[in-house]
Design a protein around this ligand. Sequence first.
Ligand SMILES: Cc1ncc(COP(=O)(O)O)c(C=O)c1O
Length: 440
Amino acid sequence: MNDRLDAYWMPYTPNRQFKAAPRIVVSAKGVAYRTADGREVLDGISGLWCVGAGHGHPRIAEAIKRQVDTLDFVSSFQVGHPGAFALSERIAALAPPGLDRVFLTNSGSEAVDTAIKIALAHARACGQGQRTLLIGRERAFHGVGFGGMSVGGMVNNRRAFGPVLMRSDHLRSTWDPATQAFVRGQPAEGGIALADELERLVALHDASNIAAVLVEPFAGSTGVLVPPVGYLQRLRQICDRHRLLLIFDEVISGFGRLGSMFAAQALGVVPDMIVFAKTVSNGAAPLGGVIVRRELHDAVMQGPDHLAELMHGYTWSGHPLACAAGMATLDVLEEERLLQRVAELAPQFESIVHALADAPGVVSIRNLGLAAGVELAPDPAGPGRRGARAQAAAFDRGVLTRAPGDTLILAPPFVSTRDDIQRMADALRQAIVDTASPAP
Ligand SMILES: Cc1ncc(COP(=O)(O)O)c(C=O)c1O
């Protein structure tokens, strides 16, 4: 068996370790996977923050099957199909007012790089081509394209590629272990001071050189780091003061995770672009995109009329199967009132997750909407080791989690019941207990 695993170079996986002890999943339904050895494993991270409506949703599966029988593929270069236009119109209607032009991609990474290109193209179209600097934030994840890596703030993702990254600078992370260790929801204090650091970066680089400020409304992949109240509002004010574009990377927060369509609405701040992916197609087909403020789009609509205004796009931009999955997902979110369900579940989720505070070695718990991070004291041998062991132990105990560093993520599907969430937390507790002593 192990030989047959060799060819596949797995993404974001310690390949040698995995192939020595493989965890193979063969099917999924609702909130659970079935493993090759017949065990049920609860999906504690909605696939990878994407399966809000639960696995194998018949409505979404049917839509994809119908589409493949009708029109499997047509390029979106110079021709079009109804699904891409309909999906874009629908997403535009769900976005905050003013953001109503949609560029479709196949992933979050492509969507981030697309947003950066739109910012650069917009600056150039306005005669300000010197605006090339990106402002991101430490401990941000914006995917793995060169733009996203540059503006992202994760040292492990940047280390090997540093010399070829785009010019960028970074705000401090909003995470403060001294004051936020067991805060529920948004911390009350410190938001303004953290955001005011943008003024310092603007003074250092000059606004005229900055292409955009790009942040996740809350940092998901690096362990659920929730910004204090007022932080995003202040970033918006500073961007307005200096005429900087503000881009929200809502790859995780978009389409329901906070109980609203976008975090922009849940947290009351409207950016100039919203980057999305993941839940938009419930994980059933690769789909992402950027929702763009109309004036930005209109400013780029220039040049000779036989040439594309934005020299950018992917073979699978607007793929018919992805668009069908996206439309069906939006139907399901609406008809099954899943956003309301998230809003109702969130306080119960918060209580269940924070009850893990007395498990051995838990040093912090953070949460927002249906997202939480449970941080463990690191193994004396070094950071990340306990997290990795706890992640593997959690799978054995019956829940899929993910461990950036020593933080275990819980981000259940929106269709989870209170009981499902309790079972996920119980399995997580067992994994925490299993790994309480350092590895031999
Ligand atoms: C905030 C954020 N942006 C971008 C990405 C990259 O998305 P993808 O893996 O679809 O390229 C992710 C993935 O987790 C993400 O969390």
